[in-house]
Design a protein around this ligand. Structure first.
Ligand code: SF4
Ligand code: SF4
Length: 472
């Protein structure tokens, strides 16, 4: 029985409710009056429920679909402006006891080189990342009780925060590790993590159990209820995501929004971010094994629907997607992207050789961070290395309250310009630097308050003279 507040996965992601939602959406795909009502509600920028958003996803009327895209673009501009926050994944260990059939790190894959970074190697990876200009990382590790216990993850976090190389610093460490206990989440919180990220992979229970035949991840309820435990452990920024391609996308979309509604209803805070990965080719994995792949147009529509359904939740697209696809979806509501990612263990300090097969998935966008930064600016976006909210304690419900009242805009824009200026001073190529300085000058005029603008100018000047780490 569907119950949005229930602590039980089978009730807050009730299969019958998801199926009824998909059916309802299909039946109303050409219902112009209902689509107009839903679009009008979405235009109030307070979000949509999973049924309403699913009707938009199913919409078969071209003019309503056009209206959806226009609204998604406008909401993106209203809540996130033209800023795109940058991050990079850091793979710590690919030892894993699970058996996810879509991942090359599954326990039975014998062709892959197994690696786990020592603290010295973590330091070398972090220095390589700092030397590119990264300030925000997402840690990734397989699940292995003896090779990657929580103590190892905590030690790595301490090492990462402790490294200051030239003007570099990692200022926010997000963590993507297996579902764990309230006690271990509390330890992660104490270590100062930003967002705890855990992809559901698929919300369809039967498929989930088939795709994860052995290992602790086989337990659907344990995995699906992880965010509730993370919040009980004191982590108030959590990141959701599904791996599109494993199951029917309409099912995943409705269930993903039901999960977001559950977190808001049961824990008082919705998800901080939603990621939209699509299944990719990797060693021992062929995406052709899964027959639910989605094309680029459907992918774009999913992004637009998420944007209007949860306007205050950041949306992340990774280097799994090509430059062309990223260009298509950025204006539809993406707020964060990764750049210059390596998806193998130790891949930054010692980039893998072409024949190395230890990457978790193929990276489609292979450009350097400097190229990505310049490309974003050429496309009219402002790359941001901001980590201010987390460091000012603006997390969880404090962050959401600011975001929903749109006060966050008074921080994000100046912070984007300050952190971009740091990047230009410390890491940019001459061409990127020249373009960036001109863009900062243009964008200063868009800071709403006179006082904030004057202060931003003063901080920019001080950054040019060697000072770092100003924030609003
Ligand atoms: Fe292990 Fe994660 Fe890969 Fe599954 S997806 S095999 S848990 S590393
Ligand atoms: Fe993100 Fe906060 Fe920085 Fe805005 S000010 S970009 S919400 S960290």
């Amino acid at each position: 029985m569907y119950d949005v507040r229930s602590p039980r996965a089978e009730e807050f992601i009730d299969h019958a409710e998801v199926m009824a939602t998909v059916q309802y959406a299909r039946e109303h795909a050409r219902d112009a009056a209902l689509l107009d009502d839903i679009l009008a509600k979405a235009a109030e920028r307070k979000g949509l429920d999973h049924r309403e958003a699913s009707v938009l996803l199913a919409c078969e009327l071209p003019e309503k679909t056009e209206a959806l895209y226009r609204l998604a673009q406008q909401i993106k501009l209203d809540f996130y402006g033209n800023r795109i926050v940058m991050f990079a994944p850091l793979y710590l260990s690919n030892y894993c006891v699970n058996s996810c059939v879509y991942c090359p790190y599954h326990a039975k894959n014998r062709h892959i080189a197994r690696k786990k970074l020592t603290q010295e190697e973590v330091a070398r990876e972090v220095i390589a990342l700092q030397d590119m200009g990264h300030k925000r990382l997402a840690l990734e590790a397989g699940e292995h009780p003896t090779m990657n216990p929580i103590e190892y993850i905590l030690e790595c976090i301490e090492t990462i925060y402790g490294i200051r190389h030239r003007n570099g610093a990692i200022r926010r460490v997000n963590v993507n590790i297996a579902a764990t206990t309230v006690e271990e989440y509390a330890l992660l919180r104490k270590a100062g993590i930003g967002t705890y990220i855990l992809f559901q992979e698929t919300y369809h229970r039967q498929s989930y159990e088939k795709l994860h035949p052995v290992g602790p991840k086989h337990d659907y309820a344990w995995h699906t209820e992880a965010m509730d435990r993370a919040m009980q452990g004191g982590i108030d920024d959590v990141g959701l995501g599904v791996l599109f391609g494993l199951e029917g996308y309409r099912y995943e979309f409705a269930a993903l929004l039901m999960h977001a509604e559950h977190l808001e209803a049961a824990c008082g805070v919705g998800p901080h971010t939603i990621s939209v990965p699509r299944i990719k080719r990797a060693d021992d994995i062929d995406p052709g094994m899964f027959d639910n792949g989605i094309d680029d147009a459907t992918f774009a529509r999913i992004c637009a629907c998420i944007r209007v359904a949860v306007p205050y939740t950041g949306m992340i697209v990774s280097t799994r997607e090509s430059q062309a696809v990223r260009e298509m979806v950025l204006p539809l509501g993406i707020s964060q992207i990764s750049g210059a990612s390596r998806t193998s263990v130790g891949g930054y300090d010692t980039p893998e050789e072409p024949e190395d097969n230890s990457a978790q998935f193929d990276v489609s966008d292979q450009r350097s961070l400097d190229e990505v930064v310049r490309w974003l600016m050429e496309q009219g976006h402002i790359p941001s290395f901001c980590t201010a909210c987390y460091r000012e304690g603006r997390t969880g419900d404090r962050f959401m309250a600011l975001c929903k009242s749109r006060q966050i805009l008074n921080c994000c824009h100046p912070n984007a310009l300050l952190t971009l200026r740091e990047y230009l001073e410390d890491y940019a190529s001459p061409a990127t630097r020249e373009l960036g300085l001109a863009r900062i000058e243009q964008e200063l005029g868009r800071i709403p308050g006179d006082k904030v603008r004057t202060r931003a100018r003063e901080y920019l000047e001080r950054i040019a003279h060697g000072e770092r780490d100003f924030r609003f």
